[in-house]
Design a binder for this molecule. Structure first.
Ligand code: MRU
Length: 351
């Protein structure tokens, strides 16, 4: 069955509530901006490209009933919506990219009547959604070329359908390879603390009929030493100009382990995840989340001593020298990243 993570339906944003998975596939209709903000914060909608779409639709949701008499007051309201959405989660570049695309669309149509600008903004948000669908398929196309028949691929978090509109980034490479007749096995890291691997990736891949085995994050090294992993493919939340890549916490561990065991380590992401304004990964803002996600969230009763100090960064940064190649919607980028990212992402417009 076809599933779509996010869409515009019935005068609001329709998302899959990912916190309900895998127990139920439940949709949520969002007609209020503060509900969207909370849905993003609580990871009901999550994954960098899906956040880009959520931000774009959110920009439209936030101004669609605005009665501003002129463009400056309309734009002031749009900026307030932008700042509000941008305050939900800091790391995924796509969220800000979606906001910026919508702001730019408004500015470049500023001489038109406000009702028309609103229509243009709606069209822009829907175009962002369609672009994501195409980008993910392009990532799948390029990524599948790196995968051999009978490979076992290790992945972390969820960089699949649920993190995008309907196809994925890291998982797109796997879906495309399977579509072209390769038989693969996937190992999904459970992804502590929010278990996106266990709850989402294992669910999504099983539904697609892909041979998936769930492991605890701490088991990756052993599997690698046993020769059971051929490749690692992870998604990305933000990629700096030099290729340093922020992704779900634990991705860096896998990159270090891959280097030690001589296993190729790939990142898969669309051009909209690159942030060429940042020279290196240490400039990427890393979200810190609440202690309860580690001490209590998925347990019947708290598992840690009451009041224990907790550090819960949601992402880490993998240095570029541990990344074999970055699979993008424009092609595969290999080192030296500074030069090649500029060439592929900045200089060349999307075909
Ligand atoms: O905290 P999350 O679940 O939003 O984190 C998501 C990830 O880390 C994904 O790997 C990343 O956004 C890429 S999704 C195609």
């Amino acid at each position: 069955m076809y599933i779509r993570t996010i869409d515009w339906k019935g005068n609001g944003i329709k998302i899959i509530d990912q916190t309900k998975l895998p127990a139920k596939l439940q949709y949520l209709q969002i007609r209020d901006l503060s509900v969207l903000w909370k849905a993003i914060k609580e990871l009901k909608v999550r994954g960098a490209p899906a956040l880009g779409a959520a931000a774009a639709l959110g920009m439209y949701l936030g101004i669609k009933d605005e009665r501003a008499a002129d463009f400056p007051s309309f734009y002031r309201k749009l900026r307030r919506v932008a700042v509000y959405i941008g305050s939900s989660r800091p790391t995924a570049r796509n969220l800000f990219w979606g906001i910026e695309r919508m702001s730019a669309a408004a500015v470049s149509n500023k001489d038109r009547p406000i009702p028309l600008i609103k229509k243009i903004l709606f069209k822009e948000a829907m175009e962002i959604i369609e672009e994501d669908r195409r980008s993910c398929r392009d990532i799948g196309h390029y990524g599948a070329k790196l995968i051999h028949d009978k490979d076992t691929i290790l992945t972390i978090c969820n960089a699949g359908i649920l993190a995008t509109i309907d196809y994925g980034t890291a998982l797109a490479a796997i879906y495309r390879a399977e579509e072209t007749g390769k038989k693969l096995k996937v190992c999904a890291c459970e992804t502590r603390p929010l278990l996106q691997g266990a709850r989402l990736t294992a669910w999504e891949l099983s539904r697609k009929g892909i041979d998936v085995t769930l492991i605890c994050d701490s088991m990756a090294a052993t599997l690698m030493r046993q020769g059971k992993i051929d490749k690692v493919i992870a998604g990305a939340d933000r990629i700096a100009a030099n290729g340093d890549t922020a992704n779900k916490i634990g991705t860096y561990n896998l990159a270090v382990l891959s280097r030690f065991h001589k296993i190729p380590f790939f990142i898969a992401a669309p051009a909209s995840t690159f942030d060429l304004s940042l020279k290196a990964g240490k400039q990427i803002p890393i979200e810190e989340r609440g202690a309860a996600e580690i001490t209590a969230l998925f347990f019947k009763r708290p598992i840690a001593a009451k009041g224990v100090k907790v550090y819960n960064p949601a992402f880490d940064v993998t240095p570029n020298n541990l990344i074999t190649a970055i699979i993008t919607d424009r092609g595969i980028i290999k080192p030296p990243y500074l030069k090649n990212i500029k060439k592929m992402i900045k200089a060349a417009p999307k075909p």
